[in-house]
Design a protein around this ligand. Structure first.
Ligand SMILES: O=C(O)COP(=O)(O)O
Ligand SMILES: [Mg+2]
Length: 227
């Protein structure tokens, strides 16, 4: 199996621990003959800027699959579900002191600064019959539609590109990458990955962060998975 594309998480996978871009990864991506699709929990403007600066295409997965861009300056596919995320946020605000992140840019999720015990948040939304999922990526807490994730996003992207989800090699570090890694032909977690990402991945690199991303690419080349 030779992969036709890469789908790659941003935070914790192509970044350094301080969230700055690992420039060696950007350089390596530019050398590849296959497209690299960025896939992130961040809002679309953030990932479009990142894709442009790295030198990648405008087809990207933003907001954990809630927003799929069909290209730079092209329409996005935006999922429903913001309303129920806002409702859950309103409810949770009665119990916790919550701080929204990037609210002005988000279309499908409510994202919060980390620091609370999310099992308590989950319990409250569950007790109130709210159908939202709450996840902690290690970078932010996301109140999201449980039916949408980077895996469903990958399906849309694969269709847009005219290839199969199994044609993708997926690399990530967090629980929000798990579905994407399972849907792809092969999932690789970087060394700093959380337990959910490790479980979903077929292999875990020795190195962490951008160094782990570079290791994943070299692994793929040395095993005939990339040309
Ligand atoms: O948005 C987050 O919480 C993390 O972003 P990521 O998906 O690029 O790692
Ligand atoms: Mg990540």
């Amino acid at each position: 199996m030779v992969f036709k594309a890469l789908v790659v998480d941003i935070d914790g996978t192509i970044t350094n621990p301080d969230r700055s871009l690992d420039l060696r990864v950007a350089k390596r991506f530019r050398e590849l003959r296959v497209p690299v699709v960025l896939s992130t929990g961040n809002p679309l403007c953030y990932v479009h800027a990142a894709a442009k600066l790295i030198g990648l295409g405008g087809i990207v997965i933003a907001e954990n699959g809630g927003v799929i861009s069909t290209g730079f300056d092209k329409p996005s596919i935006i999922a429903d579900g913001m309303e129920k995320c806002e409702e859950a946020y309103e409810l949770l605000s009665n119990y916790f002191d919550l701080e929204k992140l990037d609210a002005a840019y988000r279309k499908t999720e409510v994202v919060l600064r980390r620091g609370m015990d999310i099992s308590q948040l989950r319990e409250i939304v569950e007790d109130n019959g709210m159908e939202v999922e709450i996840i902690d990526t290690g970078y932010a807490v996301h109140i999201k539609d449980g039916k949408i994730n980077k895996g469903t996003g990958l399906h849309t992207v694969a269709e847009l590109m005219g290839i199969d989800t199994k044609d993708f090699l997926a690399i990530g570090d967090s629980c929000n990458d798990a579905e994407m890694m399972r849907e792809a032909g092969l999932g690789i977690a970087v060394g700093n990955a959380d337990d959910d990402a490790r479980k979903a991945a077929s292999m875990v690199t020795k190195a962490s962060f951008g160094e782990g991303m570079l290791e994943a690419i070299e692994y793929a080349f040395s095993n005939g998975l990339l040309e």
